[in-house]
Write a protein that binds this ligand. Structure first.
Ligand code: NAG
Ligand code: NAG
Ligand code: NAG
Ligand code: NAG
Ligand code: NAG
Length: 722
């Protein structure tokens, strides 16, 4: 618990708890004052109703932070592995439900039957010598490893692949292009690629497209082992030599058998998984993840030309070559894709004035193993927020709008829990969701990182100015954040890395994603456990509560502020920057970006105008005509809420129609990568390869589509038809 003297003094609520007491003390005023008050009964009534102010409660929220609670929740959640669809997963969901219920928050679940994937058997040998493919517990490891899933790639193709090994660097499209330029024919080989740059599903897809019969993906010591000097668990934070990064290779979102609609229980239309394979969304070649130790053994068996510099390992290991062979790999994988039940858990705090406006905070619960960082540091923060909100309720706070705490299942398999829920409630969310605030891992290490749709940039900055840096008591998080990168650097949410994807990319809900730490070495391995967090990730649990403070404060502002704290001038500036980046791409072509610049100009004007209207209404807000006022406030807020929706198009991206957002979407070659104007990007890439007049015309068509979407957004913000 971190509570400063300042906060206590600012916080009348810490001592006299009830708003009624505050009201009563106001009534003891001198007689002339009473007369004045009587003359302004409606105004006084209005004032009394809004006392104590929401911002007082927001300070209270910050002062209620409790690191012991966060630590306790994390420890309880991570006692055993809780992979989606397994019996121990329901132990974790019961824990979340009982915690929320004990805080008197109304709680419910939504269940879906979805296609999950588990390993039945797998083997890998190098020139007939088998690997044992097991992660070794570290000395003194107190956690039961019996329930830990054998290392595998979810949705990997069941089958056998044999062939000479070829080293393909990080498995990116450009890495395979390098192999081709060096004269290596990948057809019929087994590719060895390393983790660290792109989504693993895309590595397997690239290997498949290059003709490989299978893929082995390993963790290089240079990327996850701390280099030459790195001490691994338990002495240091780095991945032990036998550590393996498990993970999914599904390249879509949600249940592969219900692409585009929800996997509701009972009768539900389903497609076969062969359709996903045929569409290139699921692998058609087998693959396996392996450890640094096994990866290095395979590297040493590969001869041929020396690999490019940036594919090399740490100093001191022999240079890597590209092959093919002479090392000969024999990989076999047998998996079980089966319908399993998953459970999303929700707690709802109903809004007092606008219950039909939703502010959603979301985090997933399912983990590959113990999930101390990914994702339960986020779950612990979510539950710690729930405790603070519950305490605020006891002191009389009710939000203006409805706050929904969401705890997703089966995120690891492909954002399945959140995607099914968003698909099930698509139109409700499209008409009611104010914002979605995601935290996957809340803490993986030091340093604050954030991504957002740009109208939330300013709110994010403001929130970090109110929270102390957990690693430096002499400055705010904001000050440390700028120290890290010069100016607060805010990423965008076009990638598929976590549960914000459906909200942003399918429905167009303004969203935020925050975390402490940029990646961590024991990601998706046996070693992502409570002791790792306690020893290396966040020994004092101060980062957890700082994450909870920023996350919760953003939610409170969105739920309580009379005018939604959205600033679309930031959006216009961000779009302007993104178009300027496109300039290079269209250099020397007939393409014109002017329509885009014009639409951005309109958006900027509309953004400035609505800001002016808010200011004007705030200046007059003492006038006691609050009945008409509240409708006007609502109308203005609706424009702010719906403007993001206007960036979506029902037709979606060309040949990727599930993605409705025309401004933010994932790169086709790396699901983790966020692209601005993904449709234009796809079209340019296609035009560069085919180089036909028609393909270049299509780029211009995509430019026009985005232009029209931005124009629609400015119209929604303006709120008039002329
Ligand atoms: C690559 O190898 C495959 C089979 O070994 C062969 O069919 C194909 O023609 C080769 N490709 C090139 C470009 O040499
Ligand atoms: C590959 O391994 C499998 C299973 O261990 C074995 O049945 C098969 O004969 C091996 N294939 C080759 C070409 O070594
Ligand atoms: C696949 O999993 C289901 C559900 O757990 C189980 O009933 C079935 O027996 C499994 N199939 C195989 C081949 O192991
Ligand atoms: C903590 O913040 C102060 C004030 O900005 C700064 O001078 C100092 O270098 C910071 N300490 C660390 C360890 O970053
Ligand atoms: C909470 O933080 C304080 C320092 O502010 C520390 O003494 C305490 O050990 C922390 N609690 C836990 C559970 O880490």
């Amino acid at each position: 618990m971190r509570k400063t003297r300042d906060q206590e003094e600012e916080n009348p609520l810490l001592e006299p708890p009830s708003p009624v007491a505050a009201v009563a003390s106001r009534r003891r005023t001198p007689t002339p004052m009473l007369i004045l008050l009587a003359a302004f009964v409606p105004l006084v009534f209005h004032l009394l109703l809004t006392l104590p102010s929401k911002s007082t409660y927001h300070s209270l929220f910050l002062s209620l932070s409790d690191n012991a609670t966060a630590a306790r929740h994390l420890e309880a959640l991570t006692l055993r592995p809780h992979l989606a669809g397994t019996p121990s997963a329901s132990v974790a969901s019961s824990y979340v439900i009982s915690t929320l219920s004990s805080l008197s928050l109304p709680t419910h679940s939504s269940f879906y039957d979805v296609l999950l994937s588990y390993p039945i058997s797998r083997s890998l040998s190098l020139s007939s010598i088998p690997f044992d493919l097991t992660q070794e517990p570290y000395p003194g490891d107190p956690f039961p490893i019996t329930d830990v899933v054998p290392t595998f790639h979810a949705y990997a193709f069941t089958g056998t692949a044999t062939g000479p090994a070829v080293y393909a660097g990080f498995g990116r499209a450009e890495d395979f292009a390098i192999l081709k330029s060096m004269g290596v024919n990948v057809t019929g080989t087994v590719v060895l690629a390393r983790y660290g740059k792109i989504y693993r599903g895309d590595i397997v897809k690239n290997a498949q497209d290059a003709g490989a019969s299978g893929a082995v993906i390993y963790t290089d010591k240079k990327d996850y082992g701390g280099g030459e000097e790195g001490k691994c668990v338990p002495e240091g934070q780095w991945m032990p030599p036998s550590g393996v990064q498990v993970g999914s290779t599904w390249r879509g979102l949600g249940d592969p058998t219900t692409i585009g609609w929800p996997s509701v229980q009972g009768s539900c239309e389903r497609i076969g998984k062969e359709e996903a394979v045929a569409a290139g969304l699921m692998p058609a070649i087998p693959s396996l993840p392996v450890s640094a130790r096994d990866g290095e053994t395979i590297q040493m068996s590969i001869g041929g030309q020396v690999a490019p510099d940036d594919w090399q390992g740490v100093d001191g290991v022999p240079v890597y070559h590209i092959g093919p062979g002479p090392g000969f790999l024999n990989l076999s994988y047998f998996g079980n894709e089966t319908l399993a039940t998953i459970e999303n858990v929700f707690a709802v705090i109903e809004g007092e004035e606008e219950p039909d406006r939703y502010v959603l905070l979301g985090n997933h619960r399912d983990a590959w193993t113990f999930g101390a960082v990914d994702p339960n540091s986020g779950t612990a923060a979510l539950l710690e927020i729930a405790q603070r909100l519950s305490r605020m309720q006891k002191r009389g706070w009710r939000p203006r709008r409805t706050i929904i705490l969401c705890n997703w299942d089966a995120e690891e398999y492909g954002l399945i829990g959140s995607t099914e829920w968003v698909e099930e409630h698509r139109d409700m969310l499209a008409s009611r969701a104010v914002a979605y605030l995601n935290v996957d891992s809340s803490v993986a290490g030091p340093g604050f990182y954030a991504a957002a749709t740009p109208q939330l940039d300013e709110l994010l900055r403001e929130a970090t100015k109110k929270v102390q840096d957990p690693d430096n008591t002499s400055r705010t998080l904001y000050e440390s954040w700028i120290a890290l990168s010069g100016s607060p650097s805010i990423g965008r949410l076009g990638g598929g890395g976590s549960d914000f994807a459906s909200f942003v990319q399918h429905v167009g809900v303004p969203s935020v994603d925050i975390t402490f730490g940029e990646g961590y070495p024991v990601y998706h391995s046996l070693y992502d456990d409570f002791l790792w967090m306690k020893n290396f990730g966040d020994p004092m649990f101060q980062r957890h509560i700082a994450a909870a403070s920023v996350w919760g404060l953003i939610a409170l502002r969105l739920a309580d502020d009379k005018f939604l704290p959205f600033d679309y001038t930031d959006y216009a500036s961000e779009l302007q920057r993104s178009v300027e980046i496109l300039e290079d791409e269209v250099l020397g072509t007939d393409l014109s970006l002017s329509p885009l610049y014009e639409s951005i100009g309109k958006l900027k004007k509309a953004a400035i105008e609505i800001r002016r209207q808010i200011k004007a209404m705030e200046d007059q807000s003492w006038i006691p005509n609050w009945r008409t006022d509240s409708l006007k406030v609502r109308e203005l807020n609706d424009r702010l809420m719906m403007a993001e929706r206007a960036f979506t198009d029902p037709d979606g991206l060309f040949q990727r129609t599930w993605y409705k957002h025309l401004v933010y979407g994932p790169s086709q070659h790396d699901d983790y990568g966020s692209k601005s104007f993904p449709g234009i990007d796809d079209a340019i890439e296609n035009a560069k390869t085919t180089n036909t007049a028609e393909s270049w015309r299509f780029v211009q068509h995509e430019i026009w589509r985005v232009t029209r979407a931005i124009t629609q957004a400015s119209q929604v913000l303006n709120g008039n038809l002329i």
